[in-house]
Design a protein around this ligand. Structure first.
Ligand SMILES: CSC[C@@H](O)[C@@H](O)C(=O)COP(=O)(O)O
Ligand SMILES: [Zn+2]
Length: 230
C-alpha cells in the first residue's frame, strides 16, 4: 500500500524526499533503483519517512515512501510497502547521532574510494586532510577526518550493528561513512544539511582520486563475527 500522509508535515516531508531523489538521480548518484533517503517527521521526530525498496529513484513520488520508527526502522503502520533494504543503517544513524535526515547514494567518486579502501573483514578508515571542503562537514577539527569504511556484509543488519558500534565509539567522527564496494551514506540536522555534507564528501573523494595520492587507509582490529557469536 502506498503512503498516504495524515498530516501536512507528512505530505511535505514525502514530497521533499521525492524531490531530492530526482535531483540526485539526475546527477547520476542514484543509478536505477539504487540509493535511499529518509527524514524524521518534523511534528513527530520519533518517526521517519524512508524511500520504499526497489523504486526507480528518478521516478519517485511522494507516495513511494514508508513510515518507520526512527530508532528501530520498524514500519509504524500496517500494510505499507516494503521500506528500503538499508533501513536498519538509517536507524543506527538516527539512534546514535540524533540526525534528522540520512541520504545513501552510489555516487561515483565515493564508491571508487570505498572500492579502493575496501574493508574486507573489519572496519577501516580513509584519512582526508587539508582540503578546504572539510570545513563543510561541521567537524570539531576541520583539518582532517578519518572516513570510516564498513564491510558490505550481505546481512544489512550486520552492517547496521557495525555502524552503531563505530558511531558510538567515535562521536566526533565525520557525518558520513563509506560502504566497501558499494557507496556512501551522509546525515545532518535537515535534509538540506545532509545533502550539503554528502556533496562535500563526494567532492573530497573526487579530490582524493584526482590528486593520485596513495590512500591512507587504517584498519581496525577485526570486528566480532556475528555469525559465530553465541
Ligand atoms: C540497485 S542495487 C542497490 C541496492 O542493493 C541498495 O544498495 C540500494 O542502494 C537501494 O536499495 P533499496 O532497498 O531500494 O533502498
Ligand atoms: Zn546502496
Amino acid at each position: 500500500m502506498s503512503y498516504a500522509p495524515s498530516t501536512t508535515a507528512g505530505k511535505q516531508t514525502a514530497q521533499q524526499l521525492a524531490d531530492i531523489s530526482r535531483t540526485l538521480y539526475e546527477r547520476g548518484w542514484m543509478p536505477g533503483t539504487s540509493g535511499n533517503i529518509s527524514m524524521r517527521l518534523p511534528d513527530e521526530p520519533g518517526r521517519a519517512l524512508i524511500t520504499a525498496s526497489g523504486r526507480d529513484k528518478g521516478e519517485l513520488t511522494a507516495r513511494d515512501v514508508v513510515e518507520v520508527a526512527a530508532r528501530t526502522g520498524r514500519a509504524s503502520r500496517p500494510g505499507q510497502d516494503r521500506p528500503s533494504a538499508e533501513t536498519s543503517i538509517h536507524a543506527a544513524v538516527y539512534r546514535v547521532t540524533g540526525a534528522r535526515a540520512v541520504i545513501h547514494v552510489h555516487s561515483p567518486y565515493a564508491t571508487v574510494v570505498a572500492h579502493r579502501a575496501a574493508a574486507r573483514d573489519a572496519v577501516s578508515s580513509v584519512r582526508v586532510e587539508r582540503f578546504e571542503l572539510l570545513k563543510g562537514l561541521g567537524l570539531k577539527d576541520p583539518t582532517f577526518t578519518d572516513l570510516p569504511v564498513f564491510p558490505n556484509w550481505p546481512q544489512v543488519d550486520r552492517i547496521a550493528d557495525d555502524v552503531a558500534a563505530r558511531l558510538t565509539a567515535d562521536r566526533d567522527g565525520p557525518p558520513g561513512l563509506l560502504l566497501a564496494d558499494h557507496g556512501i551514506t551522509a546525515w545532518g540536522d535537515s535534509l538540506g544539511q545532509a545533502k550539503n555534507r554528502l556533496e562535500c564528501l563526494e567532492s573530497l573523494c573526487q579530490l582524493l582520486v584526482l590528486s593520485h595520492a596513495e590512500l591512507q587507509v587504517s584498519r581496525a582490529a577485526q570486528a566480532p563475527d556475528h555469525r559465530t557469536a553465541p
